[in-house]
Write a protein that binds this ligand. Sequence first.
Ligand code: 3DU
Length: 214
Amino acid sequence: MKVKNNIILALDVMNMKEATEICEKLEKDLDTIKIGYPLTLAEGLEAVSEIKETFNFKVICDYKVADIPATNSKICNQTFKAGADAIICHGFVGQDSVQACADEAGEFNAEVFLLTEMSHPGAKLFLQENADAIAKMGVDMGIKNYVAPATRINRLKEIREIVGKDAFIISPGVGKQGGDVKETLTYANAAIIGRSIYESDDSQKALKDFISLI
Ligand code: 3DU
């Protein structure tokens, strides 16, 4: 995946009106949007279709898919049918569950991002100790895309070393969660940024400020 300006907007606003306004303001400098449960639960999966129809954005659905293979397939099927270009799935559920997502993505010529370690403090409790193994599993499976934290640069670096230079890493945690965009992009291909942009009084300027730091 190619990401303009190496920044992905996390569009976690709670209605389509706000989502559309933000997208209109930022469409010159962005080409990739991440939609998660907040907007999807507020407005339905149509939010994905509507953004795809209205804008020239790639849409990554951050549904952190983490179920048995049969259910993962159905979740991915619906998401790709709605027009998503990619979906994020959890790795802790194991190879068969991740493979179900990858297989469904293959049917739609879409992509899967494997979530390794999350960015929040709580990720240290259970996820961190298994994140390297999750990343290794992804490599063994031939997964090309990963999610790794911008809030712990040493961990982002270690995960990059495991997945290799040709893997595509997107990294959440820049801005509000404390991560630094420039440092993050030393190891990640794109930074995921949400609140620091869409909660700003001037979202265009907030985005441009991040771009100027890269
Ligand atoms: O903290 P922000 O507002 O910049 O948003 C970060 C986005 O990335 C948000 O949608 C969140 O759900 C997602 N995310 C993480 O923050 C951390 C992860 O490990 C995975 C996804």
